[in-house]
Ligand binder design. Sequence first.
Ligand code: HDE
Length: 745
Amino acid sequence: MTTKRTPAASRPDDGDVPGKPGPVSPSVAEPVDPTAPLPPKADQEGPGTVGPTGQATGADQSQVAQGGAYLTTAQGARLYDSDHSLKAGPRGPVLIQDHHLREKITHFDHERIPERVVHARGAAAHGVFQGYGTAGEVTRAAFLAKDVETPVFVRFSTVLGSRGSADTVRDTRGFATKFYTDEGTFDLVGNNIPVFFIQDAVKFPDVIHAGKPHPDREIPQAQSAHDTFWDFVSLHTEATHHTLWNMSDRGIPRSYRMMEGFGVHTFRLVGPTGDTALVKFHWKPRLGVHSLVWEEAQLISGTDPDFHRRDLYDAIEAGAFPQWELGIQVFPDTPEQTFEGIDLLDPTKLVPEELAPVQPIGLMTLNANVKNFFAETEQVAFHPGHLVPGIDVTDDPLLAGRLFSYLDTQISRLGGPNFAQIPVNRPHAPVNDMLRDGMHQTAVHTGTAPYRPNSLDGGCPFLAGADTGAFVEAPVQVPGASRVREAPASFSDHFTQPRLFWLSMTPPEREHIIAAYSFELGKCHEQAVRERTLKVLANVDPELCAKVAEGLGLPAPAATVPLVTPDPSPALSQLGSAWPADGRVVGLIADPESDLDGVRTARQAVLDSGMVPLVVAPTGGTLAQDGDPITVQRTYATARSVEFDALLLAGTPGPGSDAHGARDAKAGAPAPEACDPRVALLLTEAYRHGKAIGGWNGAAGLLGALGIAPDGPGVAVGEDGAAAVEGVAAALAEHRAWDRFPPAA
Ligand code: HDE
């Protein structure tokens, strides 16, 4: 039997079926003016979809994929069939005259563009930046003035992995922000680590070739735990500082929302009177800086490779808009370009916040998700050379190379020089350039004289001066010098600042660093690479070196340079501060016999504290003895501890019994085997990862049976659900129960 397709006019089901187009004219899309700024993002209020907690999210349902009533070709001709190729008879050959087949398949064949050579995997969001006005003395940048609101687009990324790689791999994270200011677009293309592997752009292909998969078998994907990476960084010791940050908890962030961002290079600001200052940019997350633990990160790579992308999208969709304060460290613009002996042009060095405090200059809020990943996240084109009046570059040799590289890469990635016309890249300031033609030119430029000087187009446009909003380079003195391929002497200190970082870490953070080096080097096959890395670590700290050597089963070498011991910088540690628990995910483990009123109370208390409750039960559906049914979001089969920041074990309605399969074990503590093994795994894994655990009425017995002391660090067993949530929220302020991790020393 065959299906015969006939023109729509003779089909009986058209026009009168609910939800199907009637015989009306299709809406015609407004022609796009490529020189116009992007329209403001539509408010996200709307009828809404259901988010991960089962709550309405408020997402805009009016944004549907197709705008018109009828499906058309790319040329606007209405189609009567897009499901069958044109054939000579139902079983005959496909005819080459099928222009619709060719249009559809050809377009599909070209759907992919080259992925970014680095930072291929990313996630992005729209938002707004509001200036505090506190930077007015050091920069004339108008978007930093008090209460000025500027739309922004931010893309977070990993560096090494391909587009389809996992989010939670150990890596540096990109943190690139596009400010659509009234004076032109400013891109702050930074990372979540304040220093870089190399001091000179000419080394970039080397470090990336070393970090990317091996060129023969193209493995491993998105990892630094392999021989070529460690071969390079052990030979090229200026990478030691960045590598140490990567091996620390900073290499595995809990969420993009909980990462710091850094401009890395020193920039030059130009003030209203032309005075200049050197600055380093910092993004400080309102939720604090938090990380995963390594086993958790590895498990998530399998169970939810989209963990960070999902987290960002869900939070924004739920209205939990992430925020960062932008801050600057300000240094005098002296001819030496150093501060307290630290070379400000060396991107492998940071300036401790204790020496130069970060001064807040504005607040960024991400408040809208992208509507189309390819159009926005994939096609956004950042470039450190996108600068606005009042923000200029320095002679950092790494930055100089980037100023060349980013424009160049967009031309091959986005297929030509007109990528600024792609909607996400369009400036919001009026564009009046004389750039013409080229691949993917979408503007229809009028006039006859795209050159200057000219008289035929009225001589316009005119040039501006600093007083009329022009970008004017600061007149920095360039000393007369011979041409050399050399670095300044101060660039050769590769160990003082890694040592500063190490000495600033708390015991559990040190333990994580030791474990990370031991893991990564343990994955290398070359003994020479391991031994050489130990020699590098000996120049950072003898304890670090000895512990990693112990893990590798190798002798610890002695330092080959005198160890300088700087004052530690507590600001480099992620521990020691209390942070809001907003946005943390709390799993509520319950079964049909649990105290469901307590579950309802606990669930509401979690929501009231700005956290996300997910009910975990033996099966899907709802839990209800009486009263409102409780929707189950995860079953014992689908839940894994890594999805949660905290777990709550629901109590039973009556006194003196134990939940979750252990109810019959009345004599003494319930036996661990009486607990559903999947619940036992959830709890013990979460415990091992330092997560907050709570419960009520009977939970203590089961936790104890699983080896989790009910009064231990980060464990909150309360009288009822609300008390348990309170205890868990308090524990989450420190993110993890750090006392559960053994100290390094
Ligand atoms: Fe990049 N980098 N980079 N980089 N980088 C790119 O540009 C490059 C460096 C950073 O979400 C590429 O559009 C060179 C430092 C981020 O789209 C490319 C050097 C820092 C992103 C490129 C560096 C960064 C990129 C690839 C050494 C932190 C992602 C695709 C001189 C301050 C932006 C693209 C996004 C992307 C080159 C070093 C951050 C090839 C040559 C240092 C966040 O142009």
